[in-house]
Design a protein around this ligand. Structure first.
Ligand SMILES: Cc1cc2nc3c(=O)[nH]c(=O)nc-3n(C[C@H](O)[C@H](O)[C@H](O)COP(=O)(O)OP(=O)(O)OC[C@H]3O[C@@H](n4cnc5c(N)ncnc54)[C@H](O)[C@@H]3O)c2cc1C
Length: 547
């Protein structure tokens, strides 16, 4: 039987794109299929922490160690895409004569954080510090009164949508066939082996078959159903996690709060906004029907406002969620489940050649992909060769240009140049080059997110954009606090011009983009916000654009 590829990778999250990149770098012929767009699953809806996961240190020390090590590598290959985010872990009360128990908890926490410090050099993290109450309130005056002090934790965040995109683009640059909006419908099999995949392009309706001796299933929370439809089993305990985006900064640092049930959660500043996260609940529904509910939102607000009371006055701009693909275990509470990962081989189910990925962390995605690629090489009977994904930069990761210099050289303000460098690294210069040919591309489409018209054109041309909503994930079109009032329509026009869309398609894409935002706001709207929603809908329909 002829084969078209050595391996077919299903799923364009961090794991799928990471595996596709590693396989392409090791010389394999790779097909990557993603049924929507890069990062739409857990990856893009995670908290985006490239951390060690201090929480896992007691039960899964290996998870913490691996994530810290990989965080260091991810910083090396995509230095532009990471930002430092120091966290404060406050202590409740320590009045004169505080109870022995309170003192013991404080002491134990300090020892615990001190142990985490041993891993910090792996990820260029700073050692923890102990803050007195005075120091804590000087840094975070918005915290509720009565706190006794805090310890600090140094962590890193990332734009996970772009991390997935850059891995996929690099895989494509190294010869992989990368297709978004293309769903794997069925596995082809013969004589107890997987032989390939039947797929469907969900935008054109075109169907086809691709053949390969190995299929790597990295479809996240969709994996068990995909495997089941094809007679295999992927044990998993999916957990739903909800985040809120608030319209402004409520803290200067990340702060770790305690939810009403004692779980740890956080409030952190993100650019001009704040993010509150996260819930962790078993989820038995369809992964495609995932939406936040009112009670989840209330749970998060209650936890965050118990530490930062002003959070109660926030305007919530988005409530977004993803599914953790946690390893199956019967018994423990959701957030006590292991964050270890496993690669299931379906040979026992009569599907030799099918590997499925479960569990793990975004922060360890590169190491997980390396392990997966080793397994794929073994199955193919090829020498593993050397993995180089920790050495070779992702696109734009070779250099981080100085935004101040770019702002002097080009007609863009320094904060806009800074956002451009954050998203594109050295490729920011390629984006700015577009302004040479068309001065109008220097227009800032969204003041919140600092999106340039040139960036929209660049992404449409260079970053496998097929739908307007893909631009949410490439350059945050429609994700700012104004929900697309400034940027949605003009981006639709620009993308339409680049991708050859007619007026009807542009309208349909715009409606779809706004609908995405609506789905993330539906559960948070009250009386005043409903009126604002009407305003957004109206305003996005009537903006004048220069194209
Ligand atoms: C709320 C939350 C917070 C988290 N926070 C963190 C954190 O801060 N740090 C950290 O390290 N980890 C975090 N994680 C865990 C991390 O996000 C996951 O480990 C990781 O993103 C999983 O990536 P993945 O590629 O396996 O799955 P996904 O990102 O879910 O990707 C699966 C992809 O498969 C596609 N797909 C599905 N079916 C098909 C099909 N039939 N054909 C083609 N494509 C298909 C989907 O569209 C999807 O894009 C968090 C997870 C959640 C849910």
């Amino acid at each position: 039987m002829s084969v078209d590829f050595d391996v077919i990778v299903l799923g364009g999250g961090a794991n799928g794109t990471g595996v596709a990149r590693d396989c392409a770098m090791r010389g394999l012929r790779v097909l990557l299929l993603e049924k929507a767009d890069f990062g739409v699953g857990a990856s893009g809806n995670s908290s985006g922490m490239i951390h060690g996961g201090i929480r896992y240190m007691l039960s899964d020390r290996h998870v913490t160690a691996l994530a810290c090590l990989d965080s260091g590598y991810i910083q090396r290959i995509a230095p532009h895409l990471l930002f430092r985010i120091p966290f404060l872990m406050p202590f409740a009360s320590r009045k004169e004569g505080a109870s022995l128990y309170e003192r013991a908890v404080w002491y134990a926490t300090e020892v615990y954080v001190g142990t985490y410090d041993l891993y910090q050099p792996l990820k260029r993290g700073k050692p923890s510090a102990r803050l007195s109450a005075e120091e804590l309130y000087a840094l975070e005056p918005g915290l509720r009164s009565g706190l006794a002090g805090a310890v600090t934790l140094d962590e890193w965040g990332i734009d996970a949508f772009r991390l997935c995109t850059l891995n996929a683009l690099d895989a494509a640059a190294r010869g992989a066939d990368v297709r978004t909006w293309t769903e794997a419908r069925e596995l082809l099999r013969d004589l107890g082996r997987v032989r390939g995949v039947r797929y469907r392009d969900v935008l054109t309706g075109e169907e086809g078959e691709a053949r390969a001796p190995v299929v790597f299933n990295a479809t996240g929370a969709w994996s068990p159903a995909l495997a089941r439809r094809n007679g295999a089993k992927v044990p998993m305990r999916p957990g739903k996690g909800v985040h809120l985006t608030l319209d402004r900064r409520f803290s200067n640092y990340g702060v770790i709060c305690t939810a009403v049930d004692g779980r740890q959660m956080f409030l952190m500043p993100h650019e001009r906004e704040s993010i509150v996260g996260t819930t962790d609940d078993d989820y038995y529904g369809d992964p495609d029907d995932l939406e936040a509910t009112n009670d989840e939102i209330e749970y998060l607000l209650e936890g965050a406002s118990s530490l930062v009371p002003r959070v109660r006055n926030a305007r919530i701009t988005r409530a977004w969620c993803g599914l953790r693909t946690t390893l199956y275990e019967y018994g423990p509470n959701e957030d006590a489940l292991s964050r270890e990962h496993q690669i299931h081989d379906a040979t026992g189910d009569g599907l030799a050649g099918l590997l499925s990925f479960v569990g793990g962390k975004l922060a360890s995605y590169r190491a997980q992909a390396e392990e997966a690629t080793d397994r794929i090489m073994d199955l193919l009977g090829r020498p593993r060769g050397a993995c180089r994904t920790h050495l070779e930069p992702l696109p734009g990761g070779d250099e981080v240009p100085d935004p101040e210099i770019l702002a002097r050289e080009w007609p863009v303000a320094a904060p806009v140049a800074s956002r451009l460098v954050y998203r594109h690294g050295s490729r920011a210069r390629e984006v700015l080059q577009l302004i040479k040919d068309d001065q109008r591309l220097a227009l800032v489409l969204c003041r919140d997110e600092g999106i340039l018209a040139a960036e929209v054109v660049f992404c449409a041309r260079q970053e496998k954009v097929r739908r307007l909503q893909d631009l949410r994930r490439r350059c945050r079109v429609g994700l700012g606090a104004c929900a697309g009032v400034d940027c949605a329509r003009i981006s639709a026009q620009l993308a339409g011009r680049e991708l050859g869309w007619g007026a009807d398609r542009i309208r349909a894409e715009l409606a779809d983009l706004l609908d995405q935002g609506w789905r993330e706001r539906r559960a948070i709207l009250d009386g005043a916000q409903l009126a604002q929603e009407e305003l957004v809908r109206g305003a996005t329909g009537f903006l004048e654009v220069p194209w």
